[in-house]
Design a protein around this ligand. Structure first.
Ligand code: NI
Length: 187
């Protein structure tokens, strides 16, 4: 089932999400639905808060980046209750976008490697380093679980230039590329 995407401005995107365990209702079906939604909307990652659930879960399939970034080939993974233990390496710019912030792409600076502790879809505990564009997508999705979006990480000047466009997304004054949930302020 394809789920609607929460748009920037909705309070759930500002919340720190909570951990789940194996008793979480229909989590496997939820993961299937998140993948289906992500593929339909041409995303490479989707975090649960973006489908209006404040839980620590995201899915990634970075394969579309494989031509430019070989490490992305076949990189399809589910991350449950992730914690970033460490980030390392040089900071580099990557042009990020987000299904919750349609039609906006901006260069964001992040470190090139990330050490993550998480559970896979069978609730096996893992601790692994990821690098390059795989680390990048993880860092972006992880931000969603911490109540952040990528536009919080751009420079002050870029943020100023984006202000009007972001306000249009917040108020639902956009052509929806897919079904979205807005939090319109009462006027
Ligand atoms: Ni995003």
């Amino acid at each position: 089932m394809v789920l609607p995407i929460v748009a920037l401005g909705h309070p759930i995107l500002k919340q720190v999400a909570t951990e789940i365990d194996q008793s979480y209702t229909n989590y496997r079906e939820l993961i299937d639905n998140m993948y289906e939604t992500m593929y339909k909307d041409d995303g490479v990652g989707l975090a649960a808060p973006q489908i209006n659930l404040s839980i620590r879960l995201f899915v990634i399939d970075a394969d579309p980046f494989k031509d430019t970034y070989p490490e992305a080939e076949g990189f399809k993974k589910v991350f449950i209750n992730p914690t970033i233990i460490e980030e390392a390496g040089k900071e580099w710019f990557f042009n990020e976008g987000c299904l919750s912030v349609p039609d906006i792409h901006e260069d964001v600076l992040r470190k090139e490697r990330v050490l993550l502790r998480y559970y896979d879809e069978d609730f096996n505990k893992k601790e692994e380093w990821f690098e390059g564009v795989c680390a990048r997508v993880i860092q972006h999705e992880y931000d969603h679980l911490e109540g952040k979006v990528f536009t919080d990480r751009v420079g002050a000047m870029t943020r100023l230039l984006l202000k009007k466009k972001l306000e249009k997304i917040r108020t639902g004054d956009i052509n929806m590329p897919y079904k979205m949930i807005f939090c319109k302020k009462s006027r």
